[in-house]
Each structure stands twice: as C-alpha cells, then as structure tokens.
Design a protein around this ligand. Structure first.
Ligand SMILES: [Zn+2]
Length: 309
C-alpha cells in the first residue's frame, strides 16, 4: 500500500503570535519525519490546492469567511483570546481546507489512505466563529466535499484529539449521513462534549478525566466507534488526528503513547473495512510526541488492512 501525504508550505507560515503553542515547528517536525529514508519510500506527496470559496461556503457563512480573510490580509490580529492570525494565515487556511477537500478525492480515486499534516487546525472552528487555534472546519468541510461530489454517502468522523471537537460537532450535528465520535478530556477546554449532546442521534461524545491508564481511553474510544457503526457502513472514515492526548502534552492530561494510535487504527480498519481513511492533523504540542504519533499513524495507515489487532 501507499500513504498519500497532502499539505502545503504555506501552512508553516501561519503564526498565532509569540510563544503560541500551535506553532510552525509542529509542521517542520512532521516534515522532517517525512524526509526520513525509511518512510519516504512509502509515501506519495501531493501539494494541497487552495480551497474554493464555494467549498468554504458549504458550511461557513460569508461573514465569517470575510472576517478571517480581511484580518489576515490587513496584516493580522486576534479573532478570539486563543486564536490570532498573521498576514499568511488566510493562505494557510485555504491550503488546510484544500488539503482535506483534495484528500477525499484522492482516497476515493485510489482506495488508499491519506494523511494531511496541515495548520491551522480545524476542529474547534464553529459555523460562524474561529476559536481554539482554528479558523475553518477542515475535516467537516472535507466530509461535505465528499458528499457533495458523490464520493461517499455515509461518513464516519473520529476525533482523537484530547479536546472536544466542538466545531466539527457544530458543523455536522444536523446531518444524519455523517456520524461523529469524539474522545476528549473532560473537564477541559472548550467545555462541551457531554455524552448527552447527541445531535440528531449522529453524535457520540466520550468524555473522560485526565490521568487514567491509556488502555482506558483507547477502550472507551473503541466502544464509541463501535456504537457509531451500528447500522452504519461509511464509505469513508475521516480522523481528526491530534496528538495532544499523549503523555506529557503541555496542554492536557491524557496518557496515550504512540503505539496506541496504531492499535486504534487497526480497530477502525477492522470495523469499517469498506472505506479509505483520511486523517487530518489537529493538535499536539509536544514535538517529540507529535513525531512519534504521526510515525505510528503513517505505519498503521500503510499496513495491509487485515493485520490482526
Ligand atoms: Zn487539542
């Protein structure tokens, strides 16, 4: 098999301000990993296109899109207490969304898995507002592209970032053809993600306290995934792949190690074998963890799908 990588150098140029944890070195770290000889022979790289306006407008109102564009093109500034843009953020955001929308075409055409290491991340961006380092809903827009273009009718989105994917939930909670499962630390930012938040019956939230053994988190997410797949056979699986649930992340208190992502991916591929996987980078603020987590993810995406877990 092959793993497709889709990103763009503009994603490195976005900066949220001095000392911001969501920083360019995160993507540089992933880029260094991709250059390693062992991995580089097994990946195919693609340059992300800029998302088109109509692709953004599938889920975001023109006022929100214009606010992000205008602030960035004016040189930058703050959109919320955690979320600022610089003069390159508009280009970066278009490439991040474009990576996801192109990734679902690549996955559908080849049947192979895709990883999109992009910035800014997307899973906190709501319909009408940027928040939590996120400008647009990258993964929800990828799902919308896949459905609008007839690439997949039913889609499962799994969010293993340590924070609740409130933005993704906000963007898909009225769409029964998309199911969303989020494992997250609770209580923690952004404060949403209770089990009672069910959308139209298409949302499965798995909130857990910090500091528990990693197997508990992995098992809880597997249970959530299995519940979401009851009576549902997605033609594509999208993953909000944050790596801030790993032990030692400066922003959170989960305890996962890199190999747990391999375990999760083998489970996902076993339970939803009909669909290729598109994974998009979200958080992850410890650079060593990020490198190890992405490496295990790529190895698991590249392995034959019938590898027993
Ligand atoms: Zn996060």
């Amino acid at each position: 098999m092959t793993v497709h990588i889709i990103t763009h150098e503009d994603c490195i140029a976005h900066e949220g301000g001095p000392g911001h944890p969501e920083r360019p070195d995160r993507l540089r770290t992933v880029d260094q990993l991709l250059g390693d000889t062992e991995l580089s022979a097994r990946i195919v790289r693609h340059e992300a296109p800029e998302a088109r306006r109509d692709q953004l407008e599938r889920l975001h109102p023109a006022a929100h899109i214009g606010r992000v564009r205008d602030l960035s093109l004016a040189g930058g500034g703050a959109l919320d207490p955690d979320t600022s843009v610089n003069g390159k953020s508009w280009d970066a955001a278009l490439r991040a969304v474009g990576a996801g929308t192109q990734a679902v075409h690549l996955a559908a055409q080849t049947g192979e898995n895709v990883f999109a290491p992009v910035r800014p991340p997307g899973h906190h961006a709501e319909i009408g507002r940027a928040m939590g380092f996120c400008l647009f809903g990258n993964i929800a827009l990828a799902a919308a592209e896949a459905r609008a273009e007839g690439l997949a009718e039913e889609i499962l989105i799994i969010d293993w970032d340590v924070h609740h994917g409130n933005g993704t939930q906000n963007l898909v909670e009225n769409e029964p053809a998309i199911r969303f499962v989020s494992l997250h630390q609770w209580p923690l930012y952004p404060g949403t993600g209770r089990e009672t938040e069910r959308g139209v019956g298409n949302i499965w939230n798995v909130p857990r306290p910090g500091g528990r053994p990693p197997e508990e988190y992995v098992s809880a997410l597997k249970t959530g995934i299995d519940a979401a797949l009851e009576g549902f056979e997605p033609q594509m699986v999208l993953i909000s792949a944050g790596y801030d649930a790993m032990l030692g992340d400066p922003l959170a208190g989960f305890t996962l190690e890199a190999e747990h992502y391999g375990d999760l991916l083998r489970h996902i591929r076993g339970q939803a074998p009909q669909g290729p996987i598109v994974a998009m980078l979200e958080g992850g603020y410890h650079l060593g963890n990020l490198r190890r987590g992405v490496q295990v993810t790529l190895e698991a995406l590249d392995s034959p799908p019938d590898t027993p877990s």
